[in-house]
Every structure is written in structure tokens, then in C-alpha cells.
Design a protein around this ligand. Structure first.
Ligand code: SF4
Ligand code: SF4
Ligand code: SF4
Length: 351
């Protein structure tokens, strides 16, 4: 447990097989923002020291990469505690390399000046970390780089370290998937871990895919602005219309993701809300299990047929009720007749 004097370090490795999209996404977080975390504007948040290649001055050419990497070397030597290790990008299988070379590396070995493979950093740092957080679908489940037939043997952090792996603080790997990750989902999870690390929050609640339960407990469909159209059996076959997108490839009914509810930046956006189909980018089987994108998902034919029939009846009945509900009561009209009838009318409405 840290004291007020000792900051909790966040060591960020973005050198898995990665496009850096999750680092970029985090810069858009607002609830809380990365500035809130770093500057400690949240009540009770412990001091943090972030070592994040995307924005760290020390990772620039002027200072030389060694200045930045030295934080990681210190952590490896046990001189930097406590720290949370954030991993972005999938972990390639270096055992598949037979000759010279490597799939992905992070910094150089000071003696040999050879790159240090990302997987070696995981081997060195995970045992010393307070918690390991996998950010984005590549780091959590392999993602795009782990598609069938890829030559790298790419995998997510739980496949590399083991799904039952726990940190020295008994915290399982924390997975925040998304391609890229929804900014606030990541900043909120980092914040939770910081509160937990400082003894102010209980063990982070994770589901069986190691996702924070409160973020990934509901489906896209359950939070979608278009769900009313689905229920009334109104499906579009083209973009730019307000109806449900399932016939043009939306996987929302079976995908665990809070983006339609939470929006993308500052509450705005959220794939199907703003016209994009859900391609299931948070799911462990992404992308292989959800391709080809833009085809109607299997099973959707039957469910849309059922809700099409049900929806047609419901729409008709609702239209009658909606018409009645959309008229002002007669006794509020100015004409005398209406006032004479008002007592009778009120009685009818109340009974
Ligand atoms: Fe990039 Fe998506 Fe992988 Fe993140 S999960 S590193 S955004 S490809
Ligand atoms: Fe569900 Fe997708 Fe239709 Fe939204 S657009 S209601 S998530 S199927
Ligand atoms: Fe990914 Fe679907 Fe969530 Fe959009 S709604 S972020 S495509 S899982």
C-alpha cells in the first residue's frame, strides 16, 4: 500500500502488436480525464507518476530513449514500487522466431544494444506489478493481429500470462477491451485500480473474461438509441436512416459493450446511435467470429422475422393509443359547451 509521499507509478508498454489507438483514445477521456488522474484532482486519489510513451517528454529524441526506458529497468530491479503495468497491443510469440530477429520490442538491452522483446518485459515486470491492465482488444484477447493464419502467434495478455494469473496483490489481469478502447472505460478502470491500491476500494469486480463488470454487463442493444425501432420491427437496409441496423450487419444484440449508453467523447457518439453498425470490437472472438462485416448476423433473420410480426401488431395498437394520448382534454377548451361537459369528461377519464 502506498503512502502520500510515494507515488504509484503507471508503466505503460505500447509495444505489443499495436496501432497506439488506445493511447490516442485515452487522450479523449473526460470522466475522468487523464489530466484529472495525473494532477490528482479527484478526492482521495493517490499521487501518480505516469510513464506513458505517447506523451512522456522523456521518450523524445532530445532526452534519448534510455531516460524513458530506465523507469522500466528500475521496476525490473525492484527499485520502483508500487506500479501498475498497462499493456497495449497483442503479445507475439517470440518462440516462433527460428533465426535472428523479433516480432516486437521495447527499448534496448544496455549491454548488447539489442531490442528487448515485449514478451520479455512482461516476464520481467508482471511478477513485480501491483496490477496488470490490458488496454484494448489486442492486449486483452489478441484482436486483429491474432486473426486466424497470422504468422506471429499473437495473443492477449491473459493467454500469455495465464487466465488464472494474479498479481502479488492478488489482483487478476484486468481487461478493458475495445478497438480502440472507449476512453472513459479505460480512465475509470485506471482510477478504480488506484483507489484499490490505496486501500479505498474493494477488489475490482471482473467477469469471466476479466472485464470490469460494471462496464461490460449489458449489451450494445440494451443501450442503443435504435432499440425502439427493433422492438417495433422496423429495420433499415441502407445507411442514413433512423431505424435498426441489424439487417446491414449490426451485432449489437449479443455484444457486451456500453458505448451506446456512454457515448464516445464526453457522452457524444456511440456506434449504432450515430449510424454505424456494431462490429463487436470488444469481444474475445473479434474479428474472426464476426466477419464478414456488414452481413446480417446469423440468427438475426429469425429474430427480426419474429419482431417484424410482433412489431407490426404493436405499431398498429400503439398508433391508436398514441392518437388518443396526443389530444388535449376537451374540458380545457374555451367554448361553453366544453365547460358544461367538463364534469362528465373528468369523471370518464378518472374511471
Ligand atoms: Fe489498435 Fe485496436 Fe489493437 Fe488497440 S485494439 S492497438 S486500437 S488495433
Ligand atoms: Fe440493436 Fe444494433 Fe438495432 Fe441498435 S442498431 S437496436 S444495437 S440491432
Ligand atoms: Fe465496438 Fe460495437 Fe462497442 Fe462500437 S458498439 S465500440 S463496434 S463493441
Amino acid at each position: 500500500m502506498s503512502t502520500v509521499e510515494d507515488p504509484i507509478h503507471i508503466l505503460w508498454i505500447n509495444a505489443g502488436l499495436s496501432c497506439d489507438g488506445d493511447s490516442v483514445a485515452l487522450t479523449a477521456a473526460t470522466q475522468p480525464s487523464i489530466e484529472d488522474i495525473v494532477l490528482g484532482t479527484l478526492p482521495g486519489l493517490p499521487k501518480v507518476s505516469v510513464h506513458w510513451p505517447l506523451i512522456d517528454f522523456e521518450s523524445g529524441p532530445e532526452q534519448g530513449a534510455d531516460t524513458f526506458i530506465e523507469w522500466f529497468r528500475r521496476a525490473e530491479r525492484g527499485e520502483l514500487e508500487p506500479f501498475v503495468l498497462v499493456v497495449e497491443g497483442s503479445i507475439p510469440n517470440e518462440d516462433l522466431i527460428t533465426g535472428e530477429g523479433y516480432w516486437s520490442g521495447f527499448g534496448n538491452d544496455p549491454q548488447t544494444r539489442q531490442p528487448i522483446p515485449t514478451s520479455t518485459w512482461l516476464d520481467r515486470l508482471a511478477p513485480r506489478a501491483l496490477a496488470v491492465l490490458a488496454a484494448g482488444t489486442c492486449a486483452t484477447y489478441g484482436g486483429i493481429h491474432a486473426m486466424a493464419g497470422n504468422p506471429t502467434g499473437a495473443m492477449g495478455v491473459p493467454d500469455y500470462l495465464g487466465w488464472d494469473w494474479k498479481s502479488k496483490a492478488e489482483i487478476p489481469i484486468v481487461c478493458v477491451p475495445g478497438c480502440p478502447v472507449q476512453p472513459d472505460n479505460l480512465s475509470e478502470t485506471i482510477t478504480y485500480l488506484l483507489y484499490q491500491a490505496s486501500g479505498q476500494a474493494p477488489m475490482i469486480p471482473l467477469d469471466d473474461q476479466l472485464r470490469p463488470r460494471w462496464l461490460f454487463g449489458a449489451t450494445v442493444h440494451q443501450g442503443c438509441d435504435r432499440a425502439g425501432y427493433y422492438e417495433e420491427g422496423q429495420f433499415t437496409t441502407e445507411y442514413g436512416t433512423p431505424e435498426c441496423l441489424v439487417k446491414i450487419g449490426c451485432w449489437g444484440p449479443v455484444v457486451k459493450c456500453n458505448v451506446p449508453k456512454r457515448g464516445w467523447i464526453n457522452g457524444v457518439g456511440g456506434c449504432p446511435n450515430v449510424g454505424g453498425i456494431c462490429i463487436a470490437c470488444t469481444m474475445p472472438g473479434f474479428p474472426d467470429r464476426f466477419m464478414p462485416f456488414m452481413d446480417e448476423p446469423p440468427g438475426a433473420h429469425v429474430s427480426t422475422l419474429a419482431s417484424g410480426v410482433y412489431g407490426a401488431v404493436i405499431r398498429r395498437l400503439r398508433a391508436i393509443t398514441a392518437h388518443k394520448a396526443d389530444i388535449e382534454p376537451r374540458w380545457r377548451h374555451r367554448d361553453v359547451h366544453a365547460h358544461r361537459d367538463s364534469a362528465d369528461q373528468r369523471e370518464k377519464v378518472l374511471t
